[in-house]
Design a protein around this ligand. Structure first.
Ligand code: FES
Length: 181
């Protein structure tokens, strides 16, 4: 009787241990396993009509937060952003130069300082009287195109490759942006 209770306990604990090990290993195995999901994530389609003007739609691309913005036409004329001209993206340009012809575009929503997720402030604030992106971790400030206007971030937000096809913004395929990631 005593022996079978001991057996039961050791089988149960062994089972729990195996489950625990699986729990630890699962994320590793999932990362290593070839998966069709990873190629799907590398190409994301966004229905442009679903992004309201001056609004943001947050989704993800390659596991990173993706911000899709829809900016009114006159935004850059209405507000003068004091952009740090020396912090440029991989192409040596400001994000604005790549994106200005497009009202709807996507940015990677990861602060280039230490990786926090910035907040969209469409109404501006006491200190920035214009729509902008604010990283609350250390006060990083970005224009709606992701260019630096203040705080410690050393460079603009990354801009993924993207193109417009019909009424869709396709992120993950080169078009009006090739690649600045
Ligand atoms: S992580 Fe964004 S300002 Fe530091």
């Amino acid at each position: 009787m005593e022996a079978s209770r001991r057996d039961f306990l050791s089988i149960s604990l062994g089972g729990l241990g195996a489950l625990g090990a699986l729990g630890v290993l699962y994320p590793v195995l999932k990362t290593l396993a070839p998966s069709s999901a990873s190629s799907t994530e590398a190409r994301v389609e966004i229905d442009i009509s679903k992004v309201p003007e001056l609004g943001i739609r947050v989704t993800s691309w390659k596991g990173k937060p993706l911000f899709v913005l829809n900016l009114p036409k006159d935004l850059e004329e209405k507000y003068k952003y004091d952009v740090k001209k020396d912090s440029t993206n991989k192409t040596g340009k400001l994000n604005y130069d790549l994106l200005k012809e497009h009202r709807v575009f996507a940015l990677i929503g990861v602060c280039t300082h230490l990786g926090c997720i910035p907040l969209w402030k469409p109404e501006g604030s006491e200190s920035v009287k214009a729509p902008y992106l604010h990283c609350p971790c250390h006060g990083g400030l970005y224009t709606p195109w992701g260019d630096n206007i203040g705080g410690p971030p050393p460079r603009p937000l990354f801009v993924p490759p993207q193109k417009v096809d019909g009424g869709k913004l396709i992120v993950g395929e080169a078009g009006f942006v090739e690649d600045t990631v």
